[in-house]
Design a binder for this molecule. Structure first.
Ligand SMILES: [Zn+2]
Length: 342
């Protein structure tokens, strides 16, 4: 197997939005912005194909932030009056919109960029959506009063969009759930149930990405408090292994996750992070192949997808491009070394 894919996001070009920010301001508006987003999408489709990746994404060029991009099409959300909230168990503060009434989709969320992506590559395409638990953790609730109920309400809307993305020709719908590594007991009581509700009825491949966050200072500092061994996955992977989700995306290289925890995902495809997103240092193909070799002790090759630890959005464009090239070259080297015929 040894397919290669990125987790999801890529840096926005400087002419599209502010660079190296998680919530960048757009540089244009109206029709000009709509066109700029698609131009940037095309640029990254080409870059991923040139690098030799097997699964192509839109790089999330059309959304300001991976959670708030979805929320902009949801009725019942007040974007005019954002409030400051500590998110990911108060790891960092963010200005978040408020849920003020019953939630409903205003219409399609990602139809333009999904169909554009499908029209411009013949390779497998993956499309990312925020997971219900992570959305709940990135909005201020003034209406539902209960995180599990709110998550189910979002899951129904995500499901509508996911089914439509499948109809647009998307091969893999991935839900991003960094909150799963923060609220492990809630993952088991309602997080996975909400995730499965979001994926209900999908016949395309389904995936969930669970990481320790982008390489921003708040996350880097948090990781320092987690000790020598990060065992969060141990509390959630057994339940995910029993879930209906096909692929699980995990952080691996340069993290303190014990690699043997990946063995808890027997029966699932595993997107193994072999590119560090918290370091500007570009991996060599040898380092990537070494990381793949270590992970192959715990993930069978036919279940293995070489991936990035997380999105590349906050990095410089130059570094992100070099990293996706290193991913493809490292996977090619690993195929030679470990004898996985394609
Ligand atoms: Zn991530």
């Amino acid at each position: 197997m040894f397919d290669t894919a990125i987790a999801g996001s890529l840096p926005k070009p400087a002419w599209l939005a502010e660079t190296q920010k998680l919530w960048p301001q757009w540089k244009a508006s109206g029709d000009e912005l709509r066109q700029s987003k698609l131009d940037a999408t095309l640029l990254w489709i080409k870059a991923q194909e040139d690098a030799g990746l097997d699964v192509i994404g839109d790089g999330e060029m059309s959304r300001q932030h991976f959670v708030h991009g979805f929320l902009e099409q949801v009725e019942g959300i007040d974007f005019e009056h954002k409030v400051e909230m500590g998110i990911r168990n108060d790891r960092y503060k963010a200005m978040v919109p408020q849920v003020v009434s019953a939630l409903r989709l205003k219409g399609r969320v990602h139809v333009t960029e999904a169909r554009f992506l499908r029209a411009h590559t013949t390779k497998k395409i993956k499309f990312t959506l925020p997971g219900p638990m992570t959305i709940v953790d990135t909005v201020a609730d003034r209406y539902y009063g209960d995180r599990a109920t709110l998550a189910m309400a979002f899951a129904e809307l995500l499901n509508q969009e996911a089914l439509a993305l499948q109809a647009d020709g998307v091969d893999i719908v991935q839900f991003d759930e960094p909150a799963f590594n923060v609220y492990m007991s809630e993952v088991n009581t309602w997080g996975i149930a909400a995730l499965e509700r979001a994926a209900r009825g999908l016949t395309c491949t389904t995936a969930v990405h669970i990481c320790y966050g982008y390489g921003i200072p708040a996350n880097v500092d948090w990781k320092k408090t987690l000790g020598d061994e990060w065992r969060q996955y141990e509390q959630i992977l057994p339940a995910l292994a029993k879930s209906s989700i096909d692929q699980i995306s995990l952080e691996c290289i340069h993290s303190h996750v014990p690699p043997q925890l990946m063995a808890l995902l027997a029966g699932k495809d595993v997107m193994v992070g072999v590119i560090d997103v918290a370091s500007e240092q570009v991996e060599t193909p040898e380092e990537v192949a070494d990381a793949i070799g270590r992970a192959l002790q715990f993930v069978p090759r036919e279940r293995f997808i070489a991936c990035t630890n997380c999105g590349l959005a906050p990095m410089s464009r130059e570094v992100a491009l070099a990293k996706i090239e290193a991913l493809a070259k490292g996977a090619a080297l690993a195929r030679e070394r470990y004898g996985a015929a394609r």
